[in-house]
Design a protein around this ligand. Structure first.
Ligand code: ATR
Length: 265
């Protein structure tokens, strides 16, 4: 079998091996996919070692996506824009870097949640790696507007140099504005905190999307209390994996049964 791995730190709770095993079973692809812990200062070494051992590709998760971006010898356009790589393909002496996070998010929103982002007002919270990785694919979905807000406002403003057509600001700028799709790409849920959103931020029929999964974040609770439809990041996780699987194997797995399986578990 061809070998793949996901690198992260921590990596123990990664669902990626189970997701790719399900994809392989479903499509009859003969692969093995394992989780590998890399030392915080050891990612590049670990990835190169894996390639030398015959690994065909790797996924990269927190905190190594920026380092993977620098390791790649060739970049997809979306990875170049994001300055972050979550999917590596080892091909001879070349290391191809791609980023499937944004495509996974947009696909989850469209195909699984049946929400069409074209023409909608989108608010993206956060300006770290997670936010940056999804901006270009969101813009390509042709929203009416994409506003990016961040607690440290200046970090949001800096993104304007990289992404044409976004609006940026701080949470105070949200007063009097409404959005049809509000995406949480901050890490605030990890510390059980809620970004300072005004009560009036959701339009009628809005979708609130938290890129986090496996827990109910204060943002999800806040959105629910305001009568908004809420989604967590499980669908995005499975969809970004499917996009990586497609890059490596040329086959697009069905994601719905895998998402359903994880929901049930
Ligand atoms: P990631 O790779 O997950 O994006 P990151 O680069 O550390 O992680 O970025 C974390 C993001 O969550 C940042 O946008 C951060 O805002 P700051 O730039 O102001 O630090 C945001 N964030 C974290 N905790 C937050 C909170 N309690 N409220 C609002 N934003 C928060």
């Amino acid at each position: 079998p061809d070998r793949y791995a996901v690198f992260g730190n921590p990596i123990g709770h990664s669902k990626s091996p189970l997701i790719h095993a399900a994809f392989a079973r479903q499509t009859g692809q003969d692969i093995v996919y394992e989780a590998r812990l890399a030392a915080l200062d050891g990612f590049t070494q670990a990835a190169i070692t894996f390639a030398v051992e015959g690994g065909r590709g790797a996924n990269v998760t927190v905190p190594f996506k920026e380092e993977a971006f620098r390791l790649a010898t060739q970049l997809s356009e979306r990875a170049a824009k994001a300055e972050a790589v979550n999917t590596l393909t080892f091909k001879g002496d070349e290391i191809l870097g791609d980023n499937t996070d944004g495509a996974g998010l947009v696909r989850d929103i469209r195909d699984n949640l049946h929400f069409e982002p074209a023409g909608k007002r989108i608010l993206l919270m956060g300006a770290g790696g997670a936010a940056r990785g999804v901006i270009q694919p969101l813009l390509e979905a042709k929203p009416a507007a994409l506003m990016v807000v961040n607690r440290t406002e200046e970090k949001a403003h800096l993104l304007r140099d990289f992404f044409n057509g976004i609006k940026t600001g701080g949470y105070a700028d949200l007063q009097g504005r409404q959005f049809d799709l509000v995406i949480n790409a901050t890490s605030s849920g990890l510390s059980d905190q809620l970004p300072p959103l005004p009560d009036t931020v959701f339009s009628d029929g809005a979708l609130a999307y938290d890129m986090m999964y496996g827990r109910e974040t204060p943002f999800m609770r806040f959105a629910r209390e305001h009568g908004t439809t809420v989604a967590d990041g499980l669908g995005m996780l499975v969809e970004q994996a499917a996009e990586a699987f497609f890059i490596w194997r040329g086959v697009r797995p069905q994601t719905a049964p895998v998402i359903a399986q994880f929901r049930a578990a």
